[in-house]
Write a protein that binds this ligand. Structure first.
Ligand code: T3D
Length: 273
């Protein structure tokens, strides 16, 4: 991977692995971690490795410096640049859409630790994660309308489902910033926390998942994701099929044994073995 001259420490995404937790930090703080191609590639690689590593039980996505992510790096979209306007269908197909699908399909919890402003695709990538914890000073901005763009990165699908059409359209049509506190009140995120508690809160949740029956949590995530498009009948069938797999898992056997033996369970997050 070529070093990104705008990244502190040279890498566009910092990767830390500890006790089953993979922490991915967007690392272009001078641009509020706006996405250029190098940051896209590095984040995608980090997520794919986390997906394939059976020792990884949970992923935390956060930002370096004072921002979480300001969406697309607009310096890459200068209409006066050689070649003229970019083909945005191409960047969505190649970069943003695979990223959102990867987060959604990752068979373990993904926590967005929103340390500061999340704008444009940065906001919607946070909302694509399974749980969002935001520092009280963070803001979420559907900035697209200010540029004449359509909200992307799944935002037009996710946001109305989280907050309802009225609020989603209001936020998207005005591009108004919403505070972390209001985002929590609207049901858009899991929790807004004080700056002093932010790291402890994120680490506590990540450590909880790292010791949890994460194979089952991956199936749970799939069930809730698919429920958005399913009828009740289709969902009941899906629950049956997923429960069949969960019921044969090593973690389910361990959970029941631990309960019956009145001891703490030791989950591995694995289906078999
Ligand atoms: O293009 C495609 O492929 C399609 C996909 C599009 C997806 C999208 O995300 S479109 C939306 C793009 N993002 C935005 O429109 C947000 C632009 N940024 C802002 O509106 C503001 O920066 C914020 C509201 C996010 C934060 O404001 P503030 O006042 O806290 O910070 P600032 O001073 O504006 O920004 C700090 C620095 O970050 C500044 O650089 P400087 O002047 O200190 O050298 C600013 O230029 C830079 N920065 C912020 N956002 C971006 C950026 N640089 C490049 N691209 C950005 N998106």
């Amino acid at each position: 991977m070529a070093a990104d001259k705008n990244s502190a420490g040279g890498e566009p995404v910092l990767v830390e692995t500890r006790d089953g937790i993979v922490r991915l930090t967007l690392n272009r703080p001078d641009q509020l971690n706006a996405f250029n191609e190098a940051q896209h590639r590095a984040l995608r690689g980090g997520l794919e490795r986390a997906r394939d590593d059976e020792n990884c039980r949970v992923v935390v996505l956060t930002g370096a410096g004072r921002g979480f992510c300001a969406g697309q790096d607009l310096s890459e979209r200068d209409p006066k640049a050689e070649g003229g306007p970019s083909n945005l269908d191409d960047t969505l197909d190649r970069l943003y859409n695979p990223l959102v699908r990867l987060i959604r399909d990752l068979p373990k919890p993904v926590i967005a630790a929103v340390n500061g402003v999340a704008a444009g695709a940065g906001a919607n990538i946070a909302l694509a994660c399974d749980m969002v914890i935001a520092a009280r000073s963070a803001r979420f901005i559907q900035a697209f309308c200010k540029l004449g763009l359509v909200p992307d990165s799944g935002g037009t699908w996710t946001l109305p489902r989280l907050v309802g059409q009225a609020r989603a359209k209001g936020l998207m049509l005005t591009g108004e910033a919403i505070s972390a506190e209001d985002a929590e009140r609207f049901g858009m995120i899991w929790k807004a926390v004080d700056a002093d508690d932010f790291e402890n809160e994120v680490n506590g949740l990540a450590e909880h998942f790292a010791a949890a029956p994460t194979f089952g949590l991956g199936l749970l995530k799939q069930a809730v994701n698919e429920s958005m498009a399913n009828s009740l009948d289709a969902q009941l069938d899906l629950e049956r099929d997923l429960q069949a797999r969960a019921g044969k898992s090593r973690d389910f056997a361990e959970g029941v044994s631990a309960f019956l033996e009145k001891r703490a369970p030791k989950f591995t997050g694995r289906e078999k073995g």
